[in-house]
Design a protein around this ligand. Structure first.
Ligand code: TYC
Length: 108
């Protein structure tokens, strides 16, 4: 037996199709900046350890940054990008490298 009385009629109910909100989160690029002092080996280490690139891709990104002044290490949601930037800066400081890392919205 139901707890609720049967509806007398339902012909005048407003029916709306469910439209679940599934907007993608904004993404951010994490960038490495060139400098004259950080060793190439250390930058490759950062790119393999923190950004999970293989050695070949890491060397390619490092050379791009070295030649162009900046380059993208990866694209992430905001909190992950923030964590990557912090990890790079902490690791660089601990190893006495002036390496700089930043993030920017990936809108295109
Ligand atoms: N320019 C550095 C050198 O000649 C290498 C380097 C590459 C530094 C990329 C920082 O993000 C960087 N030793």
């Amino acid at each position: 037996m139901s707890d609720f009385p049967e509806p007398i009629h339902d012909n005048d109910l407003a029916v709306e199709t469910a439209r679940p909100k599934l907007k993608r989160p904004p993404l951010y690029r994490v960038l490495l900046l060139n400098d004259d002092y950080t060793t190439m080996d250390f930058v490759i280490d950062v790119l393999t350890q923190i950004f999970n690139h293989d050695e070949e891709k890491a060397a390619q990104i490092m050379l791009h940054v070295h030649q162009k002044g900046a380059g993208i290490c990866g694209v992430y949601t905001r909190e992950i990008a923030e964590t990557k930037v912090e990890q790079v800066l902490q690791y660089a400081q601990a190893q006495k490298h002036p390496l700089q890392c930043t993030m920017e919205p990936d809108d295109d």
